[in-house]
Design a protein around this ligand. Sequence first.
Ligand code: 4AD
Ligand code: MG
Length: 434
Amino acid sequence: MEGFVDVSRILSGSLEGEHVKIRGWLHNKRSSGGIHFLLIRDGTGIIQCTMKKDKADPDEFELVKRLTQESTLELEGIVRRDPRAPDGYEIAVERVKVVHMAEEGFPIAKKYHGPDFLLNNRHLWIRSKKMQTILRIRSKFLEAAREWFRMNEYTEFHAPILITAACEGGSTLFNVKYFDMDAYLTQSWQLYAEAAIASLGKIYTIAPSFRAEKSRTRRHLTEYWHLEVEIPWCDLNCIMKVEEELLTHICHRLAEEMPKELEHFGRSPNDLLKVEPPFERITYDEAVEILRGDGIDFEWGDDLGWIEEKHLTMKYDKPFFITHYPRGVKAFYHKPDPKRPEVTLSVDMMAPEGYGEITGGGQRIDDVNELLERIKEENLDPDDYEWYIDLRRYGSVPHSGFGLGVERTIAWICKLDHIRDAIAFPRLINRVYP
Ligand code: 4AD
Ligand code: MG
């Protein structure tokens, strides 16, 4: 709109000494003597604005005195550099116009609120500095991912959300009534992606996935954003290279473009600049050895759970891979290792510092009989997978893919205690509101 500037432009220093107009929300206010200090938030940043009684219109000065938190206003004045201001610049206010006087009693006060209160008031809590910063990092994260896909000539592909056959096991499927039939919410785009590579070559998606996770944990959402890749003519080694290059690009972009935001969470940009291919690779067998060597009782063939992943990843300060999981703990589509069929050509990427799994994937079965055998072994109904089996009948190729949990990865990058803060409106076992 005519004449208004973004707070971010002022904070970048390019408007020092100039007369500007801004508009936004009253983030916070304090008054001392004849001065009001207003923090104005406009969606691009937060800036301190000072209004002096002796320089202001008396009516406007009185009006500002009564302003409630989160009121919206337009304001004009001169930009000054001031080391005492939170971000180095402030506006010396000349005129103020109130657009909307907010009701008294904005629920989020400047005091400690418990997590349940903040989740109930999530629609307002996303205005906080913490959530604002996470959501901006999240946006940059996805922008960097898309940039990498564009540079490497991937095509974005969209798979259906309403589906009829499980990709990752029946126990976490959400049922949906689909007219007079049963359908489910998708857990992964993968089965459809395997169909689409025969049309488009290498592809990616960034879309929601759903898991009816019955456990309350710090790393499970029931609805999360899934960044997935599928590539023809690609084996296990090839897919690991793609994963490490993609994550490296994202980490470097964040370090370069969001250093202040990262530091807000105690994450040094240097930690992310140190992320470089090749990532360390260990096998499941080696992971079991490490666990046992540290006195943790663990049976070969069991899945690595939260406790084991936490223990292993505390030893690392950069992401790494665990490969060759036993076939018993991986979904039916994972290709058994021809040299050792009790394990699969699978790979999970681990985030360090105790965070654990952030990607899952590997090489897919490309032989029709091997696929039918695994479907039987897992007690699945081949009729449910008829079209998927067809893909091995008409032009099968070796192929691989993976899925990255966006919120899990952001939780690691921002050192969050709980995955729920990596998304604006988290869906958890006991929460679908607001
Ligand atoms: O390991 P998962 O289950 O693998 C798949 O879904 C594959 N079909 C992906 C593929 O190969 N295209 O899930 C992939 C990732 C996990 O590593 C984790 O980061 C994330 O998705 N994830 C969750 N994130 C948040 N909440 C949950 N409940 C999640 N379940 C999986
Ligand atoms: Mg997994």
